[in-house]
Design a protein around this ligand. Sequence first.
Ligand SMILES: Nc1ncnc2c1ncn2[C@@H]1O[C@H](COP(=O)(O)OP(=O)(O)OP(=O)(O)O)[C@@H](O)[C@H]1O
Length: 535
Amino acid sequence: MPKEESSKVTRRSTRSSASVTVENPEPNVSHPPTIDDLTFGDESITLDAVLSDFPGRRSQIFDFIRLMGPLDCPTLPIMIYGGASTGKTSVVLQVLRHLNRPFVYSSCRTCYNPRILFESILNQLLLHRKCSSNGYSSAKRCDKPSDFVNLLREALSNVIKTLESASGISRSDKPDGKPMGKMVYLILDNVDLIRDWDKGTMILQFLFSLDSVLKMPQLGIVLISGLPPDVYYSNMGYTDPIPLFFPAYSEEDLRQIFLRNQANPKLYSAFLDAVLRSFCRVTRRVEELSTTFSSLFRKYCEPLDDLGISPNEDMKRRLYSYLKPFIAPCLNDIFRVSSHPHDGETRGERRQKVSYSSENREELKILDFHMSTSAKYLLIAAFLASRNPATLDASMFDSTGGMDNRRRKRKASEKSMEKKEIAEQEAVMKGPGSFPLERLLAIFQCIASVGDSSFGEENQGEEEEDPTGYDRENNNLMSDILLQVSSLCDANFLIKSGSCPLEGSIRYRSMVSEDLALKVAKSLSFPLAKYLYRR
Ligand SMILES: Nc1ncnc2c1ncn2[C@@H]1O[C@H](COP(=O)(O)OP(=O)(O)OP(=O)(O)O)[C@@H](O)[C@H]1O
């Protein structure tokens, strides 16, 4: 492989290398970077390859390609969001590689203050690499947003000019290469971490308004976030980015992810049968599982002479008995890693982890030991408010708090298939919805009134005439309900989603998974599944 190509591979093949492109310690001075270095160059990848590289991300890949639009088509800013290790970064980079679009990538994890972030973006656009000959300095010194806007505009204009002149020339060295187009994309990863920076709110507002401030349609902006878009919602008059949600993987998705590229899929599948379910209960983060599974799989194979075998049932049992003693310690390790933040992590990362690793035992432990019955109902009410369309509340809950199944069914059957598909797509793009406090309270009152005797359990035996204890507790509940809501926010089961410009009131969003909500409902003997609107 020629030197220039090999430097491109290191440069673009991983997120971290992409983020430190220009920080490469000793770049090859005889091959100064060119405009081609803003793409993956010749390492194009087909759509089929992207799809098969990322099981469980088919619809997100198609949605992202659609949002990026055809070559040279201006796009509104996009926000990709979802929990840790849901493939946000990898999918974005691989789609850009597939489309052969020029981009600069900076992560707010490695670029941990405004100056480093601004300079990293500018260095990439100015095709500048830090090295010993330039004293490892950046192309421009810049820590103020106002300076950044000016420098960015200038750097972008030059890149775009070069792209425009390059697009007219048919380059004989790349007969089959896809055209790069005349646009450049700015990918900002881990933007949620900016919330913890000094003056973070101001920097976030600045970045969110960058598109409207610059007014350069040749720049596409993609923000990647571990938190949903409306936690940033600030009512400042800029256009909100188009959200694209990356949900947590299901067990089946994880099976497909880990089965990829296995030399002996039958053997590995037997291994996954033995471990996947237990580990999924602790974490669904691909990175964590991948490290543990590779060491466990080595153990699993130890008794085998031939790694090419298709194990029969008897062999599977024997391999499982051999592996069994190693599973529990690994589960404990992964549980410890999942529930305790790593050293040096910022508050933002911890918050994200608590919010999303909802299968995590720590969270269940908190629930089991510290959650009052009323808080559990509130958690379920929030979950329903985030998952069900508000327009269906009236048909979901009748005047006694119950649900009229017939009415719901008829409504669903009246919908045209097309409308249903659009609604489904929208729901996937948006992820859990946000809701005002009033709606949360209304649902809470309805479901609490149909719950079984669980409300009585906190004051058992005090007033015998009311078997459910609901009426008695209702007044107390309502009086401290705001306190409960704020406790759920502190525990990150609920997230404040900023205020709605029309209503002016704060909105909330439930961050618990369906599995967790079902477990909480089960502990109250509350029939949650009956209240969930299924599209
Ligand atoms: N669907 C998938 N198929 C194969 N590998 C995946 C998939 N999803 C994630 N991974 C792998 O998991 C790792 C983490 O993915 P990635 O960094 O893209 O996630 P992320 O959502 O950006 O995480 P974070 O929010 O922590 O930055 C990568 O090695 C990636 O290749």
